[in-house]
Design a protein around this ligand. Sequence first.
Ligand SMILES: *Cc1c(COP(=O)(O)O)cnc(C)c1O
Length: 360
Amino acid sequence: MRSNLKHIEPYQPGITDDQLRKQFGLARLVKLNANENALGPSPLAVRAIGEELHKLHLYPDGGSELLREAIARHSGVGTAQVMAGNGSDDIIKLLSETFLDADDEIVVPFPSFSQYSFGAALMRAKVVNVPLMADFSYDVEAMLAAIGPKTKLLYLCTPNNPTGTVLKQAEFDWLMDRLPEHVFVIVDLAYDNYATDETRFTVTADALSYPNVAYLHTFSKLYGLAGLRVGYALGNEAIWSYVNRVREPFNVNRVAQRGAAAALNDVEHVARSRQLAADSRVLFASLADVGLHMVPSQGNFALIEVGDGRKTFELLMEQGILVRAGYPGLEAYVRVTFGIPEDNEACVNALRALRASSTV
Ligand SMILES: *Cc1c(COP(=O)(O)O)cnc(C)c1O
């Protein structure tokens, strides 16, 4: 086996619903651990997928042409600027394979999404972690300072998973004004369509004019299609001509292309999903009155400071409430995905009860 694989842990998606139900004898699970859309998949996507099923004997369009055209219209860019992937995880891996030689470096915020480091480890590149500030805002000066002659990729995740905090437009502009030309920037906007902060970075025509930046988006969160596996990136078409050399010929399957294209038109599902996130933020922030601080989040999830994240995770799990804990550097926190109101209340009430009994 290749020697660098000794240092890569297989991704642990965590215990499945069925295993948990069995283990604790629970009828109902409150699943707030994977930033999935609690309202379910886009109904327009589900209908379109149904219509596609009788064509499953045919290979999909290898270039995802119709989907990329739909994304281009939706984003106000040309089709050639769009790359489609089997989830944005696929695109992160493709960009890693496209750019990284052994001993190259990537600069990533810390804590952030684990797939960036995975892509680097796979290619034997080195990961340079740049800690976020104490309030989890970006430290762009430190990010710039971390860039050296071997840096190939700089990742920015906004709103950042797992902190929910955003990169400001002014911070992005400051960074781009000073960035050496040999660095390619990947901005992961998986949760941007939940965000409302008007000072945050957003993709404009200006942003799209940078030849060395790609913007990642996913259908897994707002559109509720995590199980379908579709993501996309906007960027310079010259980059995609290289990515196409490492991409599998049929990386996005037939139903995924059809379903994702339909989801883009589902304004009603999108509006309901955004509203749910907005309402949920208010509810979880109310835990402040028992001393449980929520990090202000622009995503469909939030970090809550509980003292002992791992223990809180376990005590909630016994009640059938699944959250996430165990992020390096975030031992005092749990990350809670916003669910339907009933599930949010179950989680908030359980946290209040743990607090009242001084368990957390
Ligand atoms: C969920 C998530 C994604 C999306 O991954 P997919 O492979 O498209 O499901 C990308 N980036 C971040 C930061 C995420 O949290």
